[in-house]
Design a protein around this ligand. Structure first.
Ligand SMILES: C[S@@+](CC[C@H](N)C(=O)[O-])C[C@H]1O[C@@H](n2cnc3c(N)ncnc32)[C@H](O)[C@@H]1O
Length: 205
């Protein structure tokens, strides 16, 4: 059995995110999570929001850890991960009324973020919601000194990483028929943005 990985930030951000998802996903049945990471969010939200079927996904390297959390939680509504690299796959089987992703847009390259929005557009049913959590810039500027330092540390790791400007993210959303519904200010200079899919259009890479 794989040891369960732990990301301390998930313990800090999961309650505030839960309060948003409880509202936004109240009428949803099925959620696709992109970049499930450790799997900690999936089992926490799956337990707290039991009406949702929660489909985890990530690149293969994270599957053992996600599966370890899912096995321990033994929840009927949290599904084992799809092998999903947004740069390699532009659609997933089935349709979802919700897509959730946390802390991915600044880790992926901008090209991968473009791919993620295409995939989200293809995965959502009409009127489905995309909830994206993480740090974002506003008007091409950091919203805090800590975000500026975080961005610098990301770019040291990999120059393709970095905090995205909300305006450029909104362009990608619009190209995939996603309209901004709400912007929630979250603790620690993060945001949770909610978009609604306005069509049944599918985009191919
Ligand atoms: C900082 S972690 C966030 C994990 C988790 N969502 C959380 O908030 O704790 C970033 C995640 O993005 C995933 N990721 C990075 N590039 C990706 C890609 N091209 N396709 C899918 N997932 C990707 C990583 O594998 C990782 O799980």
């Amino acid at each position: 059995m794989t040891d369960k990985p732990g990301a301390p930030a998930t313990l800090r951000n999961r309650e505030p995110i839960l309060e948003v998802l409880r509202i936004e996903m109240a009428n949803c049945q099925s959620v696709l999570e992109i970049g499930s990471g450790t799997g900690q969010h999936a089992v926490f939200f799956g337990r707290e929001l039991p009406w949702l079927s929660w489909q985890t996904s990530d690149r293969l390297e994270n599957h053992d850890g996600i599966n370890a959390w899912i096995a321990e939680a033994s929840l009927p509504n949290v599904r084992r991960p799809l092998d999903l690299d947004v740069e390699l796959v532009d659609s997933v089987p089935g349709e979802y009324c919700g897509v959730f992703s946390a802390n991915t847009a600044h880790i992926m390259s901008f090209d991968a973020v473009i791919c993620m929005f295409q995939l989200v557009g293809n995965a959502l049913s009409a009127d489905g919601l995309f909830c994206l959590y993480g740090p974002f810039n506003l008007n091409n500027d950091f919203t805090s000194e800590s975000n500026r330092q975080f961005d610098a540390s990301l770019k040291t790791r990999d120059p393709r990483m970095g905090i995205r400007d909300l305006a450029e993210i909104r362009v990608l959303a619009s190209e995939n028929d996603l309209v901004t519904e709400k912007t929630y200010a979250m603790p620690a200079n993060n945001m949770l943005i909610v978009w609604k899919k306005t069509s049944t259009k599918r985009v191919k890479k």
